[in-house]
Design a protein around this ligand. Structure first.
Ligand code: NAP
Length: 364
């Protein structure tokens, strides 16, 4: 088959873009044809390290969007730019990969949904853990009735996000980062939606949320770096609570508990617990009615969601799935519409802190 490859424009030439570029280079049906960013030097750096020659490197996103050889735009900029970048890409008729979090407000999410709906382009949001091998194994087991009917799920995003991260300066601020659930915890929020639904390629729909926030890091000028196990003082503070805990009720009766913990002094972890009426999962350990006489947990030797490093994230699976959706003209289970549902839980939690009352969903 000698089909023309889909051209990809990478926008925002930072940390996560390195893995978007790699995934699109590896997919046999795509090629990276352009990189745009705030600084031309960053575009050049990304192109050089990926061995990309004779591609467009530019600081002018609008001009890059006009190119006929661009079919897909990967939005890898800081979160506060995702709405305007997504809307511009949709208006230019491009399919769009949107990094999480997709937006900083409900109104922005609505505008993005309207623009994408009008342009009839395909989208995928980088809830990349849906392609993590442990996640895939658990979903397959749920669909195979290994756990029976699910009644309770829990996931926790425990990552001391700090200055080691290139995106921290904007993400730590209330105006641009908004909350810990939005900045990083949305991965765990998405995980409880994913595991609360037995069907393999579907996430559950939340109907009510109650949440508290707390922790110790907000306003503190000390920082811990879990990559180097070192402390620093006089550092720019986190401007919102680093700990959020939410209870979520789903429309299928499943209850969920989810937390984000930027305040934890330990390496990154992402614990998972799932309880069904015929079995349970704790991370990669399984107890099930399918294993009669079971006398100890069954351990699944697989890749766990146990690293915050983007090189560890399964972007290849995500991008391969997206390209298949474009080529076969089908919607992704992880499209903008679905991601809005995940983000609404984070926004509902913020409403709880204001009112002290449970919040009914949907909000938009
Ligand atoms: N799905 C995941 O697991 C995952 C993992 C990591 C990050 N992310 C998300 O990906 C997004 C980017 O994160 P990151 O870690 O890659 O951050 P980053 O390293 O700071 O990269 C962001 C890039 O955006 C560029 N940029 C900033 N302002 C811009 C503007 N006005 N116009 C065009 N480009 C601009 C910067 O470009 P210059 O270098 O040109 O100044 C920077 O290189 C965030 O939303 C983050 O939450 C997701």
């Amino acid at each position: 088959m000698n089909q023309k490859k889909l051209g990809v424009l990478i926008h925002g030439a930072g940390w996560v873009s390195t893995q978007h570029i790699k995934a699109f280079q590896t997919n046999p049906n795509t090629e990276v044809v352009a990189i745009s960013s705030r600084r031309w030097e960053s575009c050049k750096e990304r192109a050089e390290e990926a061995g990309l020659e004779n591609i467009l490197l530019t600081t002018n996103f609008s001009e890059a969007l006009k190119r006929d050889d661009v079919d897909i735009v990967s939005v890898c900029t800081p979160q506060q730019l995702h709405p305007e970048n997504t809307i511009a890409a949709a208006e230019a008729g491009k399919h769009i990969v949107i990094e999480k979090p997709i937006a900083n407000s409900l109104a922005e999410m609505k505008s993005m949904r309207d623009a994408v709906g009008k342009a009839k382009v395909k989208t995928i949001v980088s809830f990349v853990l849906r392609w993590n091998p442990l996640f895939q194994t658990i979903k397959r087991m749920e669909a195979d009735d290994v756990l029976g009917d699910i009644y309770f799920v829990e996931a926790d995003y425990q990552s001391n996000i700090a200055s080691w991260w290139s995106g921290y300066e904007a993400a730590r601020k209330r105006d641009t980062g908004i909350s810990a659930f939005l900045v990083g915890g949305c991965h765990a929020v998405d995980a409880i939606r994913w595991f609360a639904e037995k069907e393999e390629y579907k996430a559950a729909t939340p109907v009510e949320v109650f949440a508290y926030s707390g922790g110790w890091r907000k306003g503190a000028d000390v920082e811990y770096n879990y990559y180097t196990n070192t402390w620093s003082e006089g550092m720019p503070p986190l401007e919102y609570d680093g700990l959020e805990v939410a209870l979520v009720k789903f429309d299928n009766g499943v209850l969920g508990k989810v937390s984000v913990n930027f305040d934890s002094i330990m390496p990154y972890t992402f614990p998972i617990e799932i309880f069904g009426n015929k079995g349970s999962v704790k991370d990669n350990r399984v107890w099930s009615h399918k294993y009669p006489g079971q006398s100890d947990w069954v351990n699944i030797p697989t890749i766990l969601p146990d690293s915050s490093d983007v090189t560890h994230h399964p972007f290849q699976g995500q991008m391969d799935h997206f390209v298949e959706c474009i080529l076969e003209d089908k919607e992704s289970h992880c499209n903008l519409e679905d991601a809005i549902i995940t983000h609404e839980i984070a926004f509902a939690a913020l409403q709880c802190y204001e009112t002290g009352k449970p919040v009914k969903l949907p909000l938009i």
